[in-house]
Design a protein around this ligand. Structure first.
Ligand code: AMP
Ligand code: ZN
Length: 664
């Protein structure tokens, strides 16, 4: 076989596996095998650049930079949709349609996914360009970023037409969104507000390898083009599926508005079980000939109608706006509400995000506000009932001083958040850093909780995490509610934390943007804290997955004399500031390419130890079951929903013993 044939064969294989995995959710090879093939292709392509292909599967990982997103005029205008909210609205719509077309009218019902609309152009079965909706007439060319989305086919299958556009929605699934946010919170960053905006922002990142890291998905719903030989919308969907696109299977062909309403009622109830956010359904006249006769208004097609689910909303009074200071000094405004029931829970607080948000919605204390629960966990204020506003009400003045230490707040260019710059002296920052240090994912200090940390700081016993190691039992006992036994446990717990491995210590230090994953990467790469301190910005950026923001933050941290002293003290106390020789010796590749989910309670090892064993042996630990999961290691009391999901996906469930046999 020639090199070119070899390259083409690999591309073809990878394309097929990619499709099985991301579009059909039914992989036939392991992640590891996939990665190996991809690496092989990358190597061949690098060595033989003459066989470059703009749609090679290697482009999924990104790397290209877009400085400015070019404006592109849509060949077929991207319309909006008219909205309806009741049965009457729909019956009126049906009447208007029946006046304009002859014969029977059928409808397709589709879910209305709440993401970013996108138009993809394919020429001879290859992705030519991807353009955002923009104003409907022209949008931004975001092709390089869209190419990194795994469910967007770069080359099509089957009997596709020579040229067409296809419309769809780029979405960020809830679980991927939650995971991204957890990592941000752990790294001391502000979480993203909702999946939709995050998806939208992801398309406009300049570095496509950053987009590649976001778990985006692309769902398609309509084909545009001339003489495609397709007669109905429903067939449109079927065809798109056959050409390799991800087309949601929830769409349904119906004959009457009553059936439409049944579909609405069903999904209004079950939409929370879907992996993505939806905000309604879209009803389309099925016959494309009839669609053509109906045409468009200035804004929207006459042959389609959105039916919006009622957002779960409530009104209540905003009693007070308070401000929280996080461990990184970030200020978060919080709305304290008169308790109100919303979507089955009682809501007392809502996030206000930042000063801009308050100004934009003109939110003031004592206002009557609308509270909504969307994709995000914390409810948000979506507006103010201005009619109910008191006459003497004045616009909210955002605080200028830290509510805790009275330092003047700063706001960096391009950032939405205000910060308290008093790193060394602001109590919630001091306490927050120590609380982060002792937290479960960091040093996991038994016998010491967040409240005790606050107490220790307020009593002047500690001012940083290194001070913990100097604490004596006798000093702790006089504290409120501290029995001798508890004081002993506390000191013991602190002592035991000296065994916590380097990667977790690195995370515990609380360097901004260094979350669990980044800490692991850095620890694995540099092996000692001294090597990290010595690394230049360029060197740091060259480490897999370390971007400029992280590199700068790491450097900033160690530039501080105070931080270097802290780290030196930790070293003296015997805290692990390098990968242990034993660990280096214990690491194997036995489980490489395998992903495990751990569930239940175990006898021989703790959950944490079990996870460590998996990772030390090259495996991955994941918290949720998917078709990617290789095994579930189940102890006693495995969760019933996990069991059900595992059975459904056919993921093998193994016991603790069966697992331990694997790694000997
Ligand atoms: P709106 O933004 O409220 O005017 O709604 C129109 C948008 O709904 C379109 O631009 C699409 O991005 C989006 N949409 C989501 N799902 C569908 C679907 N199944 N069919 C058509 N449009 C959809
Ligand atoms: Zn402060």
């Amino acid at each position: 076989m020639t090199i070119e044939q070899q390259i083409n064969q690999l591309r073809q294989e990878l394309r097929e596996h990619n499709y099985n995995y991301y579009t059909l959710d039914a992989p036939v090879i392991s992640d590891y095998e996939f990665d190996m093939k991809l690496k092989e292709l990358q190597k061949l392509e690098e060595e033989h650049p003459q066989f470059y292909d703009a749609n090679s599967p290697t482009l999924r990982v990104g790397g290209q930079i877009t400085k400015n997103f070019e404006t592109v005029v849509h060949e077929h205008r991207m319309y909006s949709l008219d909205n309806s909210y009741s049965k009457e609205d729909l019956l009126d719509w049906e009447k208007r349609i029946k006046k304009l077309v002859d014969g029977e009218v059928n409808y397709t019902c589709e879910l209305k996914y709440d993401g970013v609309s996108i138009s993809l152009t394919y020429i001879d079965g290859e992705l030519e360009k991807a353009v955002t909706r923009g104003d409907g007439i022209q949008g931004d060319n975001v092709t390089t970023n869209v190419k990194t989305i795994n469910s967007v086919p770069l080359k099509l299958k089957g009997d596709f037409p020579a040229k067409f556009d296809i419309r769809g929605e780029i979405v960020l699934p809830y679980d991927g969104f939650a995971k991204m946010n957890q990592e941000r919170i752990d790294a001391g960053e502000e979480p993203y507000a909702n999946p939709r905006n995050t998806a939208s922002g992801s398309l406009k990142l300049q570095d496509s390898s950053e987009t590649a890291k976001r778990p985006l998905d692309c769902l398609l719903y309509s084909i545009q083009g001339d003489r495609l030989g397709i007669l109905t919308q429903y067939d449109n969907l079927k065809k798109a599926r056959a050409w390799g696109f991800k087309v949601p299977s929830e769409s349904k062909l119906v004959n009457t508005i009553d059936e439409v309403l049944e579909y609405v009622a069903y999904w209004d109830k079950h939409r929370h079980d879907l992996p993505y956010e939806t905000d309604g359904i879209v009803i389309k006249v099925n016959d494309l000939q009839q669609q053509e006769e109906l045409g468009f208004t200035a804004k929207a097609p006459r042959w389609a109608m959105a039916y919006k689910f009622k957002a779960e909303q409530a009104t209540t009074i905003l009693n007070e706006i308070t401000y929280q200071v996080g461990r990184t000094g970030a200020i978060t405004p919080v709305a304290n509400l008169q308790a109100v029931s919303l979507a089955g829970t009682t809501v007392k607080r809502a996030s206000l995000h930042n000063a801009d948000q308050i100004e934009k919605l003109d939110i003031r204390e004592k206002d009557t506000v609308f509270v909504e629960k969307g994709g995000e966990i914390i409810p948000k204020i979506v507006g103010v009932d201005f009619q109910k506003r008191n006459e003497d009400s004045k616009p909210t003045q955002y605080i200028v001083e830290c509510p805790e230490c009275h330092s003047i707040l700063i706001r960096k260019e391009g950032e939405a958040q205000h910060y308290c710059p008093n790193y060394e002296g602001c109590p919630p920052q001091i306490i927050g850093r120590i609380q982060h240090y002792i937290s479960r994912k960091a040093m996991d200090i038994e016998g010491l909780g967040g409240e005790t940390v606050a107490l220790l700081v307020n009593e002047g016993l500690i001012t940083n995490y290194a001070d913990l190691y100097d604490l004596k039992k006798e000093e702790v006992i006089p504290l409120e509610r501290m029995a001798e036994k508890s004081a002993e446990n506390l000191v013991l717990g602190i002592e035991k934390s000296k065994e916590i491995p380097f990667e977790r210590v690195l995370f515990a230090l609380g360097i901004r943007y260094v979350g669990e994953t980044v800490a692991k990467k850095l620890a694995k790469h540099y092996k000692t804290i001294d090597a990290i301190v010595a690394a230049t910005e360029e060197e740091l950026v060259n480490v897999d997955e370390i971007g400029i923001k992280i590199a700068q933050s790491v450097q900033e941290f160690f530039v501080s004399e105070e931080n270097r002293i802290l780290v030196d003290r930790l070293k003296e106390y015997g805290v692990q500031l390098e990968i242990s020789a034993e660990k280096l010796a214990n690491q194997t590749d036995t489980l490489k390419g395998q992903t495990f989910v751990v569930s239940g309670v175990f006898e021989k090892v703790s959950r944490t130890e079990l996870k460590k064993l998996i990772e030390d042996n090259g495996g991955k630990v994941s918290s949720s079951i998917s078709s990617k999961t290789s095994y579930i290691v189940a102890g006693d009391n495995m969760g019933p929903s996990k069991l059900e999901k595992a059975t459904k996906l056919g993921v093998p469930i193994i016991s603790e013993d069966e697992f331990l046999v694997k790694i000997v």
